[in-house]
Design a binder for this molecule. Structure first.
Ligand SMILES: Cc1ncc(COP(=O)(O)O)c(C=O)c1O
Length: 445
């Protein structure tokens, strides 16, 4: 059977209403070429969402693939349960050189499980210290941390997770510094208000709070909410003042998305635990990490019979092929001066977003680095269904595919979130197509 004959009706796709699947089902991706994906009919699509926000260098033609292939020849997998492997040891050292202030690396195989590991570390830290009342979490409204049970518990996207509530832990919510949705004139008043509200929660419950968990720099899935200057630093101070651990989620924002390799350093907000994933392996291999400090790690030490060790691990934790990919990827970041390129492209995006700002249906634009969210509304109401009866997000996805670009908006928010090393011409195309689609939505709303 050739790929041309694949019926493709048997896979249950994530975050997809499968009764609509026929609309997409004729697009089976068979290879990647640079920043493009190629389907079984030979049609090419610009990878406009970086294959779910993780792709760095485009597809298939660089040193990361070579490093992975070489590693595959030597050792495909060897467990970290009781044994070390070379690439995971090497990568840990490199990561700790980048993520200043952190001392140990724990490996998982996707972002959600990196968050689970972080949550378990935080809980057990207090437990091992004999402070068993500190067992609650606080997280931000509009936060997203993944789809496993713990990660959903600290996430906030209500209409995603409603059905799973019986499984979810009770978590306290602090406000998100979301200017568009709040009633503040300026960012500094908003920051003060958020901090006051958060501190109120802390004051009431500090002896019961294990950790505060939040995305670092911006909330992406919550709608591209960029933190105002100073907010994250002040949140970190609040955590220190009240002896609540700070867990930062850099799975989507670290490694350059917002213009810095390590976002918490740019935000001057030292965490106790921080997670990376997605771009860590250039988007070529499912690997994630949870980093922590010796202050946390040392509390897990003791006699075996003390039962203080961390009860967490996955079959593929620290897979050497994934670690080899990450090592080669990080080397390329430095060699290619990627952060400089990202920041130049970010300035270009800022210029181009002015063209979007003039639209009567653009209610808000939020942008930092290679992330932008363009919020579409009419008369202050989010646009959901168009005059042709189509859902706005479906319409955008369909239209963009017809125009040779893969896009995935978040509801009524158009997202600009390209591969991190995208070249200027492809970025121009991505924005041109988004602008053309915006004009179509204007006519249909
Ligand atoms: C901020 C953040 N945390 C965690 C995750 C979960 O990562 P994964 O999809 O690899 O489980 C995501 C995924 O989009 C994310 O954006």
């Amino acid at each position: 059977m050739s790929l041309r004959d694949v019926d493709n009706q048997f896979v249950w796709h994530p975050y997809t209403q499968m009764s609509d699947w026929r609309k997409w089902s004729n697009r089976v991706i068979v290879k990647g070429e640079g920043f493009y994906l190629v389907d079984s009919e030979g049609r090419k699509y610009l990878d406009g969402i970086a294959s779910m926000w993780c792709n760095v260098w485009g597809h298939g033609r660089n040193k990361v693939v070579k490093a992975m292939t070489e590693q595959l020849k030597n050792l495909q997998h060897s467990t970290l349960f009781g044994l070390a492997n070379g690439p995971s040891a090497q990568l840990a050292e490199i990561l700790l050189g980048l993520a200043r202030g952190m001392d140990k690396v724990f490996y998982t195989d996707n972002g959600s499980t990196a968050i689970e590991a972080a949550m378990k570390m935080a809980l057990q830290y207090w437990c091992n210290k004999g402070r068993r009342t500190k067992r609650e979490f606080i997280s931000l409204e509009h936060g997203y941390h993944g789809d496993t049970i713990g990660a959903m518990s600290v996430g906030y996207i209500e209409n995603f997770f409603g059905a799973y509530k019986p499984l979810l832990a009770k978590v306290h919510r602090a406000p998100s510094p979301f200017l568009y949705k709040n009633r503040f004139e300026n960012e500094s008043d908003l920051v003060e208000w958020c901090l006051e509200k958060t501190e109120k929660l802390f004051r009431k419950r500090a002896d019961r709070l294990a950790a505060l968990i939040m995305e670092s720099g911006a909330q992406i899935a919550g709608g591209a909410i960029i933190y105002p200057a100073g907010y994250q630093k002040k949140m970190a101070k609040l955590c220190r003042d009240y002896d609540v651990l700070l867990v930062l989620d850099e799975i989507a924002t670290g490694f350059g998305r917002l213009g810095s390799m390590i976002e918490y350093l740019a935000q001057r907000s030292q965490p106790d635990i921080v997670c990376f994933g997605k771009a860590l392996t250039a988007g070529y291999f499912p690997l994630a990490v949870t980093l922590t400090t010796d202050r946390i790690f040392n509390v897990f030490l003791g006699k075996y019979s003390d039962n203080k060790h961390l009860y967490h691990g996955h079959t593929f934790s620290g897979n050497p092929v994934g670690c080899a990919a990450a090592l080669a990827n990080i080397e390329l970041y430095e060699k290619n001066n990627l952060m400089q390129q990202i920041n130049a492209n970010a300035r270009y995006i800022a210029l181009r977003l002015r063209e979007f700002a003039g639209s009567p249906i653009v209610a808000d634009i939020r942008h930092k680095g290679l992330l932008a969210g363009i919020e579409l509304a009419r008369n202050n109401k989010p646009i959901t269904i168009l005059k042709n009866k189509e859902r706005i997000n479906y319409f955008i996805m369909q239209e963009s595919l017809k125009m040779g670009v893969h896009l995935r908006p978040i509801g009524n928010i158009m997202m600009v979130i390209p591969p991190l090393a995208i070249g200027r011409r492809d970025l121009e195309k991505l924005l041109d197509v988004q602008l053309e689609i915006l004009r179509k939505v204007e006519r249909l709303s």
